[in-house]
Design a binder for this molecule. Sequence first.
Ligand SMILES: [Zn+2]
Length: 706
Amino acid sequence: MKKAIPFLALALLVVACNNSKEKSNQSKEQMSDTENLLFSESTLAYGAPDFSKIKDEDFKPAMLEGIEQQKKAVEAIANSEEEPTFDNTVLALEKSGELLKRSSQIFYALAASNTNETLQAVEEEMAPKLAAQNDMIYLNENLFKRFKTLYDKNESLSLDAESLKLLENYYEDFEIAGANLSSEDKEKLKEYNEKIATLTTKFGKTLLDANNAGAVTFTNKEDLIGVDEDFLKSKESKDGKGWTIPLQNTTQQPLLQSMENRASREKLYMAAWNRADQGANDTREIIKELVEVRAQKAKLLGFKNYAEWSLQKTMAKTPENVNKFFSGLIPTATAKAQAESDEIQKMIKSKGQDFTLEPWDWNYYAEMVRKEKYDLDENQIKPYFELNNVLEKGVFYAANKLYGITYKERKDIPTYQEDVKVYELFEENGDQLGLFYTDYFARPSKSGGAWMDNFVTQSKLYNKKPVIYNVLNIPKPVGNEPALLTYDEVSTMFHEFGHALHGFFANQQYPSLSGTAVARDFVEFPSQFNENWALYPDVLKNYAIHYKTGEQIPQELIDKIKNSSTFNQGYSLTENLAGSNLDMQWHTISADKKIEDVNAFEKEALNRTKLDVLHAVPPRYRSTYFSHIFAGGYAAGYYSYSWTEMLHHDAYNWFETHGGLTRENGQRFRDMVLSRGNTLNLEKMYKDWRGSDPKIEPMLKARGLK
Ligand SMILES: [Zn+2]
């Protein structure tokens, strides 16, 4: 994924850069007082953060001062006596908040990948302050008046295309944020925003407690037959009297694949299912309040519902389009899931059992079906996926073939943790492209999952080249053992580098339009697209080399990996659609609707969209633990993952029919898509490159649904 922005996206767009005199004077003062390196630009190559000198205590004062500096800059623009011009208004806002942007980019990188108590406390303290900063800008009446004056006569300003887009982009953000409301309604809106911020934080905290409290302890080893011994060892209770299995955020739990004891499976599954609808960690009241305030906010802003308001700047644009997209997928997905369910039921029977398949049985028996059908064992392929080979001979190799880029490791750039590596990337002609940090190994101070973001954003305005990092959670090998990856981890590495390429090829004047600053339902497209090269024959043969023998991966194994890629896809798409649908339905309720019962609403919502026809295929997240939409930034946006999946398969289909992995194809994709940031209408950009609108068929084919 692209790292979730910890405060409103709108705020990030404007916490850009500031070079006012006021700022440079202050920063010098601060520097001599405290030697806080965040107050000045880094002198390292590419402006890379100097982690050998930045201290945890530096962030709070830098961010607080950054907030003050931006406030002053915004007030100066808003209250200026001069006639509004592009330079004194749009550009001035774009340049405001340099210190805040620089320090928060570094701060949130560490808060996610290498946190500690100091950073956690700062994070908690800053969240509401950054949300208020957003309102400070977008609900400022004088500031909006100046943007409106310019926007209304934009054609007479003779701006270049990107500057015009910058003006339009800000203007739309003002409108979406509520700048057209009366002063009275703006006050109401600020209250709603504050309430939403408080409720989402509360949901996140309650869910964290619910997840921890939901961990299941088994005291009898027999109940855990089938579970990996090393794993069990790491889960031994402190008193030595049992094993405590923590809950993952999804409905299905990884252990359900290997647990032989059916009663244990049911116990673990039910603990996950009911984690947050009882006792002290019940999230249902929070959900009720939250969807209600969101609906009221949308109404105040003149929309039928929250989704309609929130989808304005996306590719999908309206809830109707999202629902139309779903309705094309639901029958196909559930039909495939039904066929998979039949196969599993047969497998259950063949093992001498006569029970009906339940959700907690699915993964255990599906794994048997997979082994029987495809004869694929993860342990057979891992020796061919050694981490450095995958990165340098796979990920970098594919990028070289497509875009001509090359790499060199830089050992002179300080990192924030010893496992982090830094590469310098170059264009085909040897020109510098940017710095790339890899932080691949799991550790307790790192959040789960994988993500990409920038330490430094590309912009011609500041003559900046990108500094980008990828974070994964691969288990760190012991001692000098090599890190051998699962195919999933290989795929994730390609995925995150796809985001990185989107950032590296950015070629924008303005940082707020640069690279990955695009709509939520587009940003996962370049990354998912890049996953395709992992299995591309020329690439695979180059990196999949046995770490001991140096032997290339045998064709037989490649075939097995490919054949099994459509396995269980009916289940996987159905559980995703169920989650996406719940999200959409929670966010299309109108402001006058009262929700009485969260679980009843959920049941009805799944029934209405025929996503409940398979009892054994539950939603990927139930409402009560759906943190993407109630704590994270994906409210009315969870559909994005399936949407970009459609785009990436359709795009790869173009490559397949135009000669595949070639320099020419790569260059064309870079020129027309990857380098364009947020400067074009995304639908039109895609269509211009592809020659037609995206079609769903390649995605269905890739998932084995057609
Ligand atoms: Zn991603």
